[in-house]
Design a protein around this ligand. Structure first.
Ligand code: ADP
Ligand code: MG
Length: 374
């Protein structure tokens, strides 16, 4: 693997004289359907993709946990003696410190070592660079090998230390994705199954290359609004709320709950359509999901809406929607394989005309979850 060779060369440049490194990888993901349902303990259907984060690590005698990110050209370090007392710094390094902190909270000893992060997952692109990083670092620091435990610890690091109230989806698929399949996951029971996608279709992610500031605070607000809707309805989480009770809600809780309840139903419809090879129905379900995210959940933005509308005007495109948290990031497109070049040229031509910069397009390959490389 040429990329691994290049990474090892960089490791020796950044940490000269270090011991022979080991390396782990964890993939990014594209969520096909089931958006903002994971923290409502509902259904999601993501697929791990070929873009991935590689973490290379070697023991050191420095007494420090040191890390360097290639993508940000930035480093950070912490004395391993007091990992338990670490505090959030408010930058990217929290995602590494959080993993060490979570492991140490559970009784593990963090050894002094040097880490190099090299990722092909776009940062903030809605393809979950954050979970790819968290899961790969978790493995590098000696976290559990069982995919479910690995995902749960990586998630705990993100909610407990970094302070983002995320659901389990991103870490789960980064840990347990499978080549050739999407994962239908019930975020409440944690039951899951692999769903093979029909022959002859392609999944394409289009990165808008924007991340609106609003995203972080709006995400928290949505989590709270869902909790509020669940309280009014007297259920533990929106997963347990029936559509027939929506009339008891008003305002934002009504809109948010309507999205979550209809989105859960759409995940089931989408998975069933995939299993019987009904690609048209899969596409329609994606289009409905986008409308619901735009109008009821209100997490889309002009760039994402434009990417979706432009894609839907291309013959052979079956469906498109925003994917990930929203307010920027990527869209996911379902199309007939032969339509890939036409979709690429439509997006690469029309999006820059309107917004002034190019989208980044990834034809997604369903890939395996995290693994050790060296
Ligand atoms: P997404 O997960 O959709 O890419 P997030 O906002 O959840 O977007 O996570 C992006 C953040 O994760 C970055 O701002 C950075 O803090 C961290 N991150 C991800 N990949 C890397 C990397 N390769 N190097 C350093 N930090 C990273
Ligand atoms: Mg993320």
């Amino acid at each position: 693997m040429a990329r691994l060779e290049a990474i090892l060369k960089r490791f020796r440049e950044i940490y000269p004289g270090s011991a022979a490194p080991r390396a782990w990888r964890a993939p990014g993901r594209v969520n096909l359907i089931g958006e903002h349902t994971d923290y409502n303990l509902g259904l999601v259907m993501p697929m791990a993709i070929q873009l991935e984060c590689v973490v290379t690590a070697a023991p050191s005698s420095s007494g420090l946990l040191r890390v360097y990110s290639e993508e940000l050209a930035s480093s950070a370090e912490w004395p391993v003696a007091n990992i338990g007392e670490l505090r959030r710094r408010g930058d990217w390094s929290d995602r590494v410190a959080g993993v060490a902190w979570e492991l140490s909270r559970r009784g593990a000893t963090i050894a002094a070592q040097d880490l190099l992060i090299s990722s092909t997952v776009p940062l903030g692109g809605g393809l979950s660079s954050s979970a790819a990083l968290g899961v790969a670092v978790m493995l590098a620091l000696g976290g559990p090998r069982d995919p479910l435990e690995l995902a749960q610890l990586a998630r705990a690091a993100e909610t407990g230390f970094v302070g983002v109230p995320v659901g389990i989806m991103d870490q789960f698929v980064a840990a347990r994705g499978r080549a050739g399949a999407a994962i239908l996951l019930d975020c409440g029971s944690l039951e899951f199954r692999e769903v093979r996608l029909p022959e002859g279709i392609a999944i394409v992610a289009a990165n808008s290359m924007v991340r609106h500031e609003l995203g972080g605070s709006a995400y928290r607000r949505r989590v709270e609004e869902c909790a509020e809707a669940a309280r009014v309805l007297g259920v533990k989480c929106l997963r347990e709320a029936a559509a027939s009770r929506l009339s008891e809600l008003a305002g934002a809780p009504l809109l948010r709950a309507r999205h979550v309840i209809t989105e859960n139903a759409r995940v089931e419809e989408f998975a069933a359509a995939a299993e019987r090879g009904d690609v048209e129905k899969m596409g329609i379900t994606l289009i409905e999901s986008h409308r619901s995210l735009r109008d009821d959940y209100q997490v889309s933005c002009a760039e994402l809406d434009f990417l979706v509308e432009t894609a839907l005007s291309v013959p052979g495109v079956l469906g498109a929607r925003m994917t990930g948290g929203g307010f920027g990031g990527s869209t996911v497109n379902l199309l007939r394989k032969e339509a890939v070049p036409a979709l690429e040229s439509a997006l690469l031509e029309k999006y820059p005309e309107k917004f002034g910069w190019r989208p980044e397009i990834h034809v997604c390959i369903a890939s395996d979850g995290a693994s050790q490389l060296l």
